[in-house]
Write a protein that binds this ligand. Structure first.
Ligand code: NDP
Length: 455
């Protein structure tokens, strides 16, 4: 498999793909390895994860370079991601033993009951490229600590990162028959669906997620899907500083080139501050440095997948043909690499694709609303349910809006963030199940109820 740099189209490396046979061999190894891994104390399994965390920090310069080279993510954002993902390691260190301990319940008349949290077995982790550390850690670190062995398929667009992570896990003491990297594109992903895993944990798009759900449902094993979104942000007229709201909203929309599952994908602004907000927003985005992702000054690098350029261009054309105003950008940049100009559309409405379908790129629609009721109705007009945000001063008013949202996460005066302390989940087309928090480790276990009586 050839890996290209999306910012200059140069070949980075050719790597060996897995075949259906090598997948079966790896699965066989993982099945053997899991039996011993499960017997180890949680503290011993955790020790390997903590060592892995240290090794990642020691090798951060190389890892950030690899991530930037294959995804086009600006180098500073690669560092941010790798450093930020470490909070999962800390979170497991502080909580895993407590979460995985048996819960003993004293019953009546010398009868006892306890809940044991047993691992699922060998699990498949099919992952996305946009935040490979964050979305990878959410699955494989928690699965390993819970006593599972893991077949980890990074996206073909983050395969070098996947291999680098695998190498460090081995150096940290995770046995080779407990973690295996499955290299390849959707073809090997499909072969994983046909193989016998005891759980499927997927991060990616809704169409692939739906396909996976349909394919593996006859196996009757847990399936968890972390999918895309069309996440709304509403700016109320009582925000303390419109300028600050505009700067934060722009960052939420354009960070990682808009390629975040929880990126702000559509903005609604109260009519009283609409003009001022749009002015500050435009000024902020015009100031973004676009270019070589290796440069520390760059905020907008290249898109990871070439195909996304067409999707974005279509959204722009669709919107302008229906009356939207193109305030900035609107097309790809000349020259090599998958660069798309940061794009702002105003006078948009819900007849337009840009307000309905996931963009996953540096493009945003800003719509004026007259009141909170109109904002709520528009925010809820989506098939997705990942996150929703409100920037406002009055807490009660903000919470009324957030309560109405049918999303896994809501934000007040912040957006586009994930924390290990709280569950990460989507509703409707944004997914099934949750990672992170205590729920995130339970996802990789199955309960066994144990009853006993003293005789
Ligand atoms: P895709 O659905 O295209 O791919 C995800 C993974 O599935 C990749 O590893 C891909 O392989 C693999 N795959 C493709 N076809 C199959 C198949 N038939 N069977 C099994 N596996 C298959 O998503 P993207 O990688 O493009 O990720 C972007 C999407 O992910 C966006 O919608 C984004 O919102 C969402 N996402 C959601 C997150 C969340 O936590 N909710 C977090 C991050 C992203 P390959 O890439 O090698 O072709």
């Amino acid at each position: 498999m050839n890996i290209y740099n999306p910012s200059n189209e140069q070949l980075l490396k050719s790597i060996q793909e897995d075949s259906a046979q090598s997948l079966q061999d790896k699965l066989h190894q993982l099945r053997q390895g899991q039996i011993q891994w499960e017997q180890k104390a949680v503290a011993d399994r955790l020790e390997c994860i903590l060592k892995f965390g240290e090794l990642v920090q020691e090798n951060i310069d190389d890892l950030a370079r690899i991530l930037t080279s294959e995804t086009g993510k600006p180098i500073q954002q690669s560092y941010n991601e790798i450093r930020g993902a470490h909070n999962r390691v800390e979170h497991l260190k502080n909580n895993a033993e407590k979460w995985l301990a048996d819960n003993v319940i004293e019953g009546l008349e010398g009868t006892y009951e306890k809940i044991m949290h047993e691992p699922l077995g060998v699990v498949a982790n099919i992952s996305a490229w946009n935040f490979p550390y964050n979305v990878g850690y959410n699955v494989f670190l928690y699965a390993l600590v819970a006593g599972n062995s893991v077949a980890y398929k990074p996206s073909e667009f983050a395969a070098l990162t996947g291999l680098a992570i695998t190498d460090l896990l081995y150096k940290a003491g995770i046995p080779k028959d407990v973690f295996q990297c499955i290299v390849g594109d959707g073809t090997i992903g499909q072969a994983m669906l046909e193989a016998d895993f005891e759980g499927y944990f997927f991060t990616g798009s809704y169409p692939t997620g739906l396909h996976i759900l349909k394919e593996v449902s006859p196996k009757m094993v847990p399936v968890q899907l972390e999918l895309g979104g069309k996440d709304p942000l509403y700016i109320m007229d009582d925000v303390k500083e419109v300028k600050v709201a505009a700067i934060n909203a722009a960052e939420g929309a354009f960070y990682n080139n808009g390629q975040s599952c929880c990126a702000v994908e559509r903005i609604y602004v109260h009519e009283k501050i609409y003009n001022e907000f749009v002015e500050y927003f435009l000024e902020e985005v015009e100031g973004y440095v676009i270019g070589d992702p290796v440069s520390e000054k760059t905020f907008i690098g290249s898109l990871t997948r070439k195909g996304q350029l067409n999707l974005l261009r279509n959204q722009v054309n669709d919107a302008t043909s229906k009356g939207a105003k193109l305030l900035l950008g609107g097309d790809e940049l000349a020259g090599k690499g998958n660069f798309f100009a940061p794009t702002i559309l105003t006078e948009v409405n819900h007849e337009m694709l840009v307000m309905k379908e996931e963009s996953f790129g540096p493009i945003i629609g800003i719509q004026k609303v007259n009141n909170d009721e109109e904002a709520i109705a528009l925010m809820k007009d989506t098939e997705y349910g990942l996150t929703a945000a409100v920037f406002a001063t009055a807490q009660q008013r903000a919470e009324k809006v957030l309560k109405a949202m049918n999303t896994g996460t809501v934000y007040w005066n912040c957006c586009d963030r994930v924390s290990p302390n709280v569950p990460w989940s989507g509703r409707n087309k944004s997914g099934v199940g949750a990672t992170l928090s205590s729920q995130g480790i339970r996802a990789f276990t199955q309960p066994k109820a144990y009853h006993w009586r003293e005789v």
